[in-house]
Design a protein around this ligand. Structure first.
Ligand code: BG6
Length: 492
């Protein structure tokens, strides 16, 4: 079994004054506190180069909760939570300054969990500083999240720098989609229900669609996003993770290395997209101005700080083929974009049509069964199937109906927790199951780099699409060429 530590931690946050820390980490930690999920003796130590004392940091933490928590701050929870917080001023580029950690940490009673909430160029410094300061031991962990590089080489550099100090078992790489309940539920859906385990391959499935549509634009992150694009920002990580959960073979059990192994096998089987097939298999788009839910929004090139000549994509659609036994001739169509008609993350499994139709009074061609998995929002599952319209005066007349399972209604539980809470908790507990292995990330980059190189080679501009739509017409043509169409994202 994986060793899961329920020991108290010293959670050290590098970049304590930064956006990630203030918007996500502190909020998640407060919520965990409220749910009584943090070990009583755990401490949270914020580190940044700004000169201030712990009292000032605690004030900033309170302000962050006021700004980003979206609920009243509970005074008694805050009292317990704030008592855990302290601050240390360290310039992360100055290796001799890490010595201070010695005076604060106590590795004999607490596990040191190092959360790198800073830009990756600082990772090497932090690793060296920690190494030299002598505060690490075998139980120490490090947590990092995307961007883990912008291509295979830069990702290897980051992983190499980290590997000089932390062994692979000590490294927890976050993809926040793996903390989402509904993504995790894919494992249950697939491997705990015999109706799906036995109907999950090229024999019964025609094709699969994965849509991750966002209403937001680039939210003031022009510099980051324009160098990155939607392929690297969303597809390399979140969509490929969803794809691996949908496509992988059953793991032997739920231990991290067994899940990783099955996911890597899927990534290895992705058919490369190269200059020879990139035009036929990919579509790049960029949003123009438009209207989303009645509000006019600017185009990508009109965003604040925009370089008007940018050819960065804010939308991407792909046909992905998986060259293995299970998925032979079953294409996966992936699309994701900013400023789309709605925020919707959905997987649609299209089952094969029946070979013969005896209900020609109702349909010339019987529509296929579909399994629609709503990952967010309104989490749930629909099965689209055909039924006879009831009534004695009716001959057998068919109608499409939906078996509809809403998680909110079935479990009577509101989704208080987002992905971060789950992942921060698992990192503190030392359970690696929901984190990414180095091999997975590098395999994903290898596949993405080939697309990126092919795009650079053909050098065509992304196709414009009005904000508030589901992308450029070329994305529809991608499926129309295979005599298929995108599922209209369902509004439950
Ligand atoms: C992040 C991307 O990883 O995921 C953002 O950098 C994107 O650009 C976000 O908006 C989407 O996450 P979620 O949880 O809102 O679907």
């Amino acid at each position: 079994m994986q060793t899961t530590t329920f020991k108290p931690c010293d959670l050290v946050i590098y970049g304590a004054m930064g956006d990630l820390s203030r918007r996500k980490l502190l909020i998640s930690l407060y919520r965990l506190e409220k749910a009584n999920l943090i070990e009583p003796d755990t401490r949270i130590i914020g580190i940044d180069r700004i000169a201030q004392d712990s009292a000032a940091y605690i004030d900033i933490a309170y302000k962050s909760l006021q700004d980003f928590l979206n609920e009243e701050i509970d005074a008694s929870v805050w009292k317990t939570f704030s008592a855990r917080l302290s601050y240390l001023q360290i310039d992360l580029t100055q290796l001799d300054q890490y010595k201070q950690l010695h005076d604060v940490l106590d590795p004999s009673t607490r596990v040191m969990v190092n959360y790198f909430a800073v830009a990756p160029f600082l990772f090497k410094n932090i690793c060296q500083g920690l190494d030299q300061s002598g505060v690490l031991n075998k139980e120490s962990r490090m947590v990092m999240e995307k961007p883990i590089g912008h291509d295979l080489n830069s990702s290897k550099e980051i992983n190499d720098a980290v590997a000089e100090v932390f062994s692979e078992e000590q490294v927890f790489r976050i993809d926040h989609y793996l903390g989402k309940e509904t993504v995790l539920n894919l494992l249950a859906l697939r491997f705990a229900n015999s109706i799906f385990t036995s109907n999950w391959d090229h024999n019964t499935i025609d094709h699969i669609q994965i849509t991750v549509g966002e209403e937001v634009g680039i939210e003031g992150r022009w510099d980051y996003f324009d160098k990155t694009g939607q392929l690297r920002d969303m597809l390399q990580n979140h969509l490929l993770q969803i794809l691996t959960f949908v496509a992988m073979d059953p793991p032997v059990n739920l231990e991290a290395q067994n899940i990783h192994r099955e996911k890597i096998k899927v990534l290895e089987a992705l058919r490369p997209i190269t200059i020879d097939n990139v035009e036929e298999k990919t579509v790049r788009g960029q949003y123009a101005s438009g209207v989303i839910k009645g509000t006019a929004v600017p185009g990508y090139l009109e965003e604040e700080g925009a370089n008007k000549d940018s050819t960065t994509e804010s939308f991407v659609a792909l046909r992905v083929d998986i060259d293995n036994w299970r998925w032979a001739d079953v294409p996966f169509y992936l699309r994701t974009g900013k400023r789309m008609a709605g925020k919707r993350t959905e997987i649609v499994i299209y089952f094969k049509r029946l070979p013969h139709n005896i209900f020609t009074d109702s349909y010339d061609v019987l529509p296929p069964n579909k399994l629609i998995i709503h990952l967010q929002p309104n989490e749930g599952i629909d099965i689209v199937m055909l039924n006879k319209i009831p009534g004695i005066d009716e001959h057998i007349k068919l109608h499409k109906t939906k078996l509809d399972l809403s998680f909110d209604e079935s479990f009577k539980k509101s989704s208080l927790f987002g992905g971060y809470e789950k992942l921060v908790l698992e990192a503190m507990r030392g359970n690696p199951t929901l984190f990414l292995s180095r091999e997975e990330i590098e395999q994903a980059w290898t596949w993405i780099d080939s697309i990126q190189d092919a795009w650079a080679h053909i050098d065509t501009a992304p196709k414009p699409y009005p904000a508030g739509t589901w992308g450029p017409a070329e994305a529809d043509e991608l499926l129309a060429r295979d005599a298929r169409a995108w599922e209209d994202p369902c509004y439950k």
